[in-house]
Design a protein around this ligand. Structure first.
Ligand code: FAD
Length: 406
């Protein structure tokens, strides 16, 4: 049985960054990066953007090329699924029955897309957007697809809707809430994106419940609770992920909706760390609530903290959250966490397609959503970091740069 100094499970953003940081900070032991996908570690955000659109080849999504991993002596173990962890023996078992030992284990397994619980959820032509394989299947089917139903008006669903509308498909977005992006953004932002999608010909249906996916061999439509069938040759399900943490929880790690970690990304199991989408952590930008963040920023920053901690370098995860989304020619950049806000300030005019929504809690700035407003995004970061207390009228005055307000 092989035993690695550090074994990393999950070869996505967080797993790759953990390996990179270990070598950057001179970890001299053996490092292995085990993942259930076939590819070299790659960037996931372009999957619902440039890659789906055909604007970026897969090679340009690679986080590093093959030679990099070779030179850094990171052993890649693709196509393997970790199913069991024995924290006492410090061993992990894969679905193929292979046992691999570790000195430290970094769990970076992200999450798996939630599936529709209703009838027809497994029909051909029903897709989620999480992996290269998912998107390659969609791209292969597209020549025979005229109408697409996107289930879920979150970022990934809307990005896919934007790409497919641009590719000339007739797109319907089905959202259970009364506005898109309801879970992650304030109403002004939702309404702005709704208008944009409608302008591009996307049919948005809010407050609807999906009853079933219909079709014989493959999807022909989506039936709503009121009986209406929305015709579609392809359905895209973007209703969130479930953290991929079962083996760790089974091994006794504390957690639930994710694996609980401390500020050093340590789980409750000795020498087992968790980072990225699967890590449940107390985040001061969420008012110290325990949350999971699903972003590249969080994956990279937590991975670096775990790697440093393994090396005995002092580190604590306390980064300002940031995120982006591209739809049509719009670049949304967010900083902070808007959940829990009790007031919003609109800065700039959405009609100009360049504006920001500033989120406040108890009079303090907690987050910004900036649309084609990179200056606000860059300068607003400090306001979030300092939880700045600034009068709403001053925040709303787009003629004064945010940096002049503190
Ligand atoms: P992942 O990147 O998901 O990597 C986890 C890996 O572990 C996967 O390869 C998974 O298959 C594998 N795995 C799971 N279970 C096991 C197991 N038991 N054994 C072995 N391997 C396993 N974030 C942004 O900040 N901006 C964006 O614009 C943005 N757009 C996105 C668009 C799409 C389509 C998607 C899917 C995500 C997007 N995100 C975006 C989110 C971002 O990609 C994730 O937050 C990030 O990938 C999380 O990194 P991770 O390493 O934790 O998980």
């Amino acid at each position: 049985m092989i035993r690695y100094g550090v074994l990393i499970v999950g070869a996505g953003h967080a797993g790759a960054q953990a390996a990179i940081a270990l070598r950057q900070h001179k970890f001299a032991g053996s490092v292995a990066l085990l993942g259930d996908e076939a590819e070299l570690p790659y960037e996931r955000p372009p999957l619902s953007k440039e890659y789906l659109a055909g604007d970026k080849p897969f090679e340009r999504l690679l986080i590093r090329n093959a030679a990099f991993w070779d030179e850094r002596q990171v052993t890649l173990l693709p196509g393997r699924t970790a199913i069991r962890v024995d924290p006492t023996r410090r061993e992990l078992v894969t679905a193929d029955g292979e046992t691999i030992g570790y000195g430290s284990l970094i769990w970076a397994a992200g999450g798996k897309p939630r599936r529709l619980a209703c009838a027809g959820g497994d029909l051909a032509g029903v897709h989620s957007v999480r992996t290269r394989a998912d998107v390659d299947r969609m791209i292969a089917e597209l020549p025979d697809v005229r109408r697409v139903a996107v289930i879920g008006g979150g970022y990934i669903g809307l990005e896919a809707a934007a790409v497919l509308a641009k590719l000339g498909r007739s797109v319907t977005v089905l959202e259970a809430q009364d506005r898109v992006l309801a879970r992650v953004a304030g109403e002004p932002l939702s309404r702005f994106f709704e208008d944009e999608h409608r302008t591009h010909g996307v049919d948005l249906r809010m407050g609807v419940t999906v009853d079933a996916i219909v079709g014989d061999d493959r999807v022909t439509g989506v039936r709503l609770a009121d009986g209406e069938v929305v015709p579609a040759e392809m359905a895209i399900v973007g209703i969130g992920i479930d953290p991929a943490v079962t083996p760790l929880l089974d091994a006794g790690a504390a957690g639930g909706n994710g694996v609980l970690v401390d500020a050093q990304c340590r789980t409750s199991l000795a020498d087992v760390f968790a980072v990225g989408d699967c890590a449940l952590h107390a985040n001061r930008f969420a008012g110290a609530r325990c949350i999971r963040l699903e972003s590249v920023q969080n994956a990279n920053d937590q991975a670096t903290v775990a790697a440093k901690t393994i090396l005995g370098i002092e580190a604590a995860y306390d980064a300002v959250p940031w995120f982006w989304s591209n739809q049509y020619d719009l670049k949304l950049q967010t900083v902070g966490i808007s959940a829990g806000h009790d007031a919003t300030v609109l800065r700039g005019d959405p009609a100009n397609r360049s504006f920001s929504v500033i989120y406040l809690r108890a009079g303090r700035v907690i987050a910004l959503d900036c649309v084609n407003a990179t200056k606000d995004y860059v300068q607003g970061r400090k306001l979030v970091l300092e939880a700045a207390e600034i009068d709403s009228a001053r925040l709303a005055d787009a003629t004064v740069p945010l940096k002049d307000l503190t």
